[in-house]
Design a protein around this ligand. Structure first.
Ligand code: FES
Length: 161
């Protein structure tokens, strides 16, 4: 998206944003869902999006950037259209999580979070995804995949748009 293009929420997302505001007593509490909404629309959260949100919400840009840098699932660098989270924490690692992560990076010729050449995916190693009972596990966008091996992971990732 060109920086010269007008940056603003779509009418539908603006309505969702306004609905978020009704859920909280203060506007800062609505920041996290608003950032996820912005990322959903714009793909990632570069400076010009942060500026738009700062003006929209009346929250200092520096504070918004701090929040983005704190959370693993908010991105201030470009990412692929699909996000692949691979758990490499202890339980999943005992069942091959780290090897799956390394195997995926090698297969897709990429590195941590770096979008593949076609821009289709970014692969991110994560701490516990909260699904240790299906270790080793990963998440393809919002869908969990458990008891996975490298070949199954590649097969499922290749089905992503
Ligand atoms: S250690 Fe992987 S989901 Fe908990």
């Amino acid at each position: 998206m060109s920086k010269l293009e007008k940056i603003e929420f779509t009418a539908e997302n603006l309505a969702r944003y306004k609905e978020y505001l009704t859920r909280y007593d203060d506007i800062e509490s609505a920041l996290l869902p608003t950032l996820h909404l912005a990322q959903e629309q714009f793909g990632w959260l570069p400076d010009h999006i942060v500026k738009y949100l700062a003006e929209l919400m009346g929250i200092p840009e520096i504070h918004i950037k701090e929040v983005i840098s704190f959370y693993d699932m908010l991105y201030d660098t470009p990412v692929g259209r699909n996000i692949v989270h691979v758990c490499t924490n202890i339980t999943c690692s005992m069942f091959g999580g780290r090897e799956i992560y390394q195997g995926l990076l090698k297969h897709y010729e990429t590195d941590f979070l770096t979008p593949t050449r076609d821009g289709r995916i970014s692969i991110q190693k994560m701490e516990c995804l909260g699904a240790c009972e299906i270790a080793p596990c990963m998440r393809l966008n919002n869908d969990f995949l458990g008891n996975v091996d490298l070949q199954t992971a590649i097969h499922k990732i290749d089905e992503l748009p």
